[in-house]
Design a protein around this ligand. Structure first.
Ligand code: NAD
Length: 509
């Protein structure tokens, strides 16, 4: 974290926290938040101390008993009002996303709407929480299973979806009857704070939802505090692994979603014009800063590869890169200067490693935004699995084309990769597509769908080193993650009958 001089911070706005239904001012270790399109520091964000995080946990713990006992139908009413308020304030929140993340406004709206869809799903909580009941499991004995909330749960989220990823977590956790502490990304903190205020306006009792801004100190407090029952994390794989190891060691339930290297397989029979358009959006949309971005196109056969590369090259000439507030642009800047330089250095590395740089976006300058963190779309051909640009997550507008001999060869590459978040296949052959979906070792699969991000009624997650834990995010898995099953067996014996002690194990024999 870069420390900044106290003088400049005093004048600037410092984003604090939202604890127990109130905004909490804080100027502890403030770090700068930058508009990536201009390179200018627009505000600072406080880094919560251990004590501040403990205040948030205490507020959540105090709010839990009453919220747990609030009828699901009443919780749903709060969710319906919350959803309406989110829609009413969409433009304000989306503008904050673009100003701090850099993504173009339409893309920011897309993320926000996908987040609202999870709130929509949470509105159905009375139906979703219905348990299981069996009458007469034994003589005059009935049995049922119900799903009880865990208590205080926490979420830790990445910079790339500052609204949507928190909404993958807290609406379902809270609808299930838990209370929540969110630790959002320090790079774009405004949207989560606006959303917390709207949740309060919707009628959510104080303390049920809390937001603490911070860094490792805040995260470690959440991981170590025994009052926190479960942790949902989304971010890079090294941190996901750390969160999973530390959280589970401390007895918590943990789901930790990590990084990705998503491959698109292009079969020779695919509609190549549509495939190339799909690849353009999936590789360069949001400047490649999506965990479901396509960063590798595996073309089956040299003829397919030659055609795809030449069409991508031509499309890249028309890719409009600029400030996200200009709606004619396709792609905005990278989130920070540090990230920009890291992505750029991967392009240098690819050249050193011997990949063929077909389109070089490194020297792009956006007029009027010379200090912005822009990088043009980059395209590498003839990338091989031994190269670091193939193995590592770049998280920028860099698409690597790998040439494969057959569908089997393409699938082996994907299965051998350490990540298994998303993948897709472009083909007109139903048998090839079905074989791919059935056998590929990846959590989310698209068939002629480049970004197979599940809708809110399904669950989101990867395999291999893209997810540590057993349950996916949102959808049906979120009910399981944010509740504990309890099975109750009940008997009302007939009155007046004296019963003998039974020493054999009860059975229906
Ligand atoms: P990150 O791992 O750097 O940060 C994620 C969160 O962890 C942030 O809140 C950050 O403050 C915190 N954090 C960072 N370093 C920490 C440390 N040493 N100890 C404790 N906490 C720490 O990720 P990012 O750069 O914000 O986001 C990009 C990454 O997130 C990419 O790898 C991307 O693939 C991944 N991502 C994955 C998914 C998914 O669903 N699998 C979705 C979105 C993003």
């Amino acid at each position: 974290m870069n420390a900044t001089p106290a003088m400049s911070i005093a004048a600037a706005h410092v984003v604090g926290h939202f604890i127990n239904g109130e905004g909490v001012a804080d100027d502890n270790r403030p770090i700068p938040v930058t508009n990536p399109a201009t390179g200018q520091v627009t505000k600072h964000v406080a880094m919560a101390t251990k004590a501040t995080v403990e205040d948030a946990i205490a507020a959540a713990e105090a709010a839990f008993p009453a919220w747990r006992n609030t009828r699901p139908a009443k919780r749903a009413k709060v969710m319906f009002r919350f959803k309406a308020l989110l829609e009413e304030h969409a433009e304000e929140i989306v503008a904050a996303l673009t100003n701090e993340h850099g993504k173009v406004l339409d893309d920011a709206m897309g993320e926000f709407v996908r987040g609202i869809e999870v709130v929509d799903y949470a509105c159905g909580i009375p139906q979703l929480l219905k348990g299981e009941h069996t009458k007469n499991v034994g003589p005059n004995i009935d049995s049922w299973s119900e799903f009880q909330p865990l208590g205080v749960v926490a979420g830790i989220t990445p910079f790339n979806f500052p609204a949507m990823v928190p909404m993958w977590m807290f609406p379902m956790a809270i609808a299930c009857g838990n209370t929540f502490v969110l630790k959002p990304s320090e790079k774009d903190p405004t949207a989560p704070m606006l959303i917390a205020q709207l949740f309060k306006e919707a009628g959510l009792p104080d303390g049920v939802y809390n937001v603490v801004n911070g860094d490792k100190e805040a995260v470690d407090t959440l991981l170590e505090d025994p009052r926190v029952q479960a942790i949902s994390f989304v971010g890079s794989t090294p941190i996901a692994e750390y969160i999973y190891a530390t959280g589970t060691k401390n007895g918590k339930r943990v789901q930790a979603l990590g990084g990705a290297k998503n491959h698109a397989v292009v079969m020779p029979d695919a509609d190549l014009d549509n495939t190339v358009n799909a690849l353009m959006g999936a590789a360069y949309g949001s400047c490649g800063e999506r965990c479901m971005a396509i960063s590798v196109a595996v073309c089956v056969g040299d003829e397919t590869a030659d055609t795809v590369v030449s069409k991508l090259k031509s499309e890249l000439q028309d890719l409009k890169v600029g400030c996200g507030t200009d709606t004619s642009n396709n792609m905005g800047p990278l989130v920070t200067k540090v990230h920009h330089d890291k992505v750029r250095s991967y392009v240098d590395l690819g050249v050193e490693e011997g990949a063929e740089l077909v389109v070089d976006g490194r020297d792009l300058v956006v007029d009027g935004h010379e200090d912005g963190f822009f990088l043009g779309g980059c395209l590498f051909d003839k990338v091989t699995p031994d190269m670091r640009i193939y193995q590592e997550e770049i998280f920028g507008p860099v698409l690597c084309v790998v040439r494969a001999e057959s569908q089997e060869h393409a699938m082996q590459l994907i299965d051998n990769h350490e990540y298994g978040n998303g993948t897709c296949i472009f083909t007109r052959d139903g048998e090839a597509a079905r074989y791919f979906a059935d056998n590929i070792q990846v959590g989310m699969v698209g068939i002629n769908v480049p970004l197979p991000v599940p809708v809110a009624t399904h669950s989101f997650g990867g395999w291999k080193r893209s997810l540590f834990g057993d349950l996916f995010a949102y959808g049906p898995d979120s009910i399981r993650f944010y509740t504990r099953r309890k099975t109750i067996t009940q008997r009302w014996p007939s009155g007046g009958v004296r019963e003998k002690a039974q020493f054999s194990f009860p059975s229906n024999s």
